[in-house]
Write a protein of this length. Sequence first.
Length: 142
Amino acid sequence: MDSDSTPPCAPSWGEYSLQHVRESAEAFSAEREWEQFHTPRNLLLALVGEVGELAELFQWKGDAGCGPGLPGWSDAEREHLGEEMSDVLIYLIRLADRCGVSLAEAVRLKFEKNALKYPAEHARGSAAKYTQLAVSEPKTNS
């Protein structure tokens, strides 16, 4: 494969939005009368379990087997990875919905906050936490 070609595992996001996932999860749960079980606590615990299942896929592969593009992963492993990632995303979106949090808005705001905490000119190429970067406080018009 030449350096300009797209790796075979490159994601294709399509048009399936967070809102569509939220609506699908809500309808799926309602059809099964599961809302009674979908308390924030229960959803969080389910989410943690799914994150554990996702982590298990990487557990013994080492850094070399988990690099970008996941070299050496079989199609079956990639499919399983997608299933576990989907479970995590669905539970996270369902948790946000049941907590009354607009996840899309929360993500947008978090990117804004992180841009202030990690200005590119100070954070570029560094894995340091924002408290360790040489960044001056943003000036306010007072």
